[in-house]
Design a protein around this ligand. Sequence first.
Ligand code: NAD
Length: 260
Amino acid sequence: MEKIKRVSDWLRAAHSVVAFTGAGISTESGIPDFRSPGGVWSRYKPVYYDEFVASRQARARYWKMRMEAYREFASAQPNAGHVALARLEKAGKLGGIITQNIDGLHQLAGSKKVIELHGTSRIVACIACGQESPPEVVHARIEAGEEAPDCQDCGAPLKSRTISFGQQMPAQPMAQAHELTLSTARKAGGAAGVFLSIGSSLVVEPAASFPRLAKENGAKLIIVNATETLLDPMADLIFRDSIGQTLTALRSFVCNESKP
Ligand code: NAD
């Protein structure tokens, strides 16, 4: 509780607070994180973007995995961690979320300013003409026997609007994330901004560069993660507890709620 009080004071005093989230914030919604044994990510070899474009066989493998992952996402609901961040934003205490997640649960919880670095699995799009479809429509085609669906307008492959291994990071979200991160920089003579890194092992680049950038510019770096992360040595404070419980406690202190 001492640590919660200390961080709540930092959050209240900060001119800017930003949250950076990874797969760990969604495990309490039943979506396994990247390295959990048994999760889809551990059972399939990733399909690199070049392979996806070049080979129908690779696309069939990609869609088999995506169908399984999407079933996990489709039934998942936001948990206490997502809700706490949405409430902090609504109360004017959180400037935005930079997420590596593709599950859309922050938006479902009510968060408005969400920067998705790796895209979203809730939209499917043609890789050539950009025509978008809801995933359910494409999944129905796969269930009816198509292994690797193509665009019905131009014939090019359809792909989830997520960033695959080997695919370039999207320029606009990266620039927005950079700007939001720098909003936490320490102002001359003022209190530090706060950068919360939540549920990420911080091993995937360039995403992990944001907490580093915040810290290098004078923000306080708080890490909420059950296991060690690459940036632990830089952190001002680390919580190893459940994300849902930690963020609920922080939310209730920062928003002066009597009950979490
Ligand atoms: P990661 O799996 O590398 O790290 C997740 C971290 O969260 C782990 O270190 C784990 O100890 C911690 N964690 C898990 N549940 C927790 C809990 N309840 N409380 C406290 N800590 C908890 O994930 P990453 O750093 O986000 O990188 C994985 C990549 O895979 C990302 O790029 C992401 O796009 C993708 N991914 C996304 C989802 C999703 O959208 N939900 C799920 C899996 C993977």
